[in-house]
Design a protein around this ligand. Structure first.
Ligand SMILES: [Zn+2]
Length: 185
């Protein structure tokens, strides 16, 4: 959790929580007023353009009666934490599938998939496929290049200058002999 703030007055009480979930920043807000109408419980995710995009909501009709009427010294955490936790569980379930992959990598792999299998392509990678790919050819590397392109390669051995140098040093040409070309396996 990055931050959590609680506030209460005679008229309302609020819980605000900011959480990092892998590459995502999530904001959970639960707001309880005297009337049900302005109450809300929602989780939002910070998008690339730095705006909060709604992800899940919990309608106040479902929890208004289970929370106390506002007063200044109410225990905000005790009242609203279960609701915030419930929202976080739903957010995690939604985001967790893509959580370990940064967006830039998703974009590049998405482009590779689209080129190989079409713009609506789909391909299942099995654990056997992964084992085979790791055991054969060179290591997989995604190299960002200065012109904005990304080189995805298994054609070079671990210590090839192309993979080990920071700059655009070309391959020294010894990779084929090292069994670096996956198509030879
Ligand atoms: Zn090489």
């Amino acid at each position: 959790m990055v931050d959590e703030s609680l506030s209460a007055t005679e008229g309302y009480y609020t819980l605000l929580r900011i959480v990092h979930l892998g590459p995502h920043t999530v904001r959970v807000r639960v707001h309880r007023q005297i009337e049900v109408e302005p109450c809300f419980a929602a989780a939002e995710v910070l998008s690339v353009d730095m705006t909060w995009t709604p992800l899940v909501m919990h309608h106040p009709d479902d929890w208004f009666d289970r929370t106390a009427t506002p007063f200044k010294h109410i225990n905000v955490k005790a009242e609203l934490e279960p609701l915030a936790d419930g929202l976080m569980q739903r957010v995690t379930a939604i985001l967790v599938k893509s959580i370990s992959i940064p967006e830039h990598v998703l974009d590049v792999v998405g482009a590779l998939l689209a080129m190989a299998y079409g713009s609506t392509g789909e391909h299942l990678v099995t654990p056997d496929d992964v084992r085979w790919a790791k055991a054969n050819g060179g290591p997989f590397r995604a190299i960002d290049r200065r012109d904005g392109s990304v080189l995805l390669t298994k054609a070079h051995r671990y210590d090839c200058p192309l993979l080990t140098s920071e700059c655009d040093v070309p391959c020294d040409g010894k990779c084929q002999a090292a069994g670096g070309d996956p198509s030879l396996n």
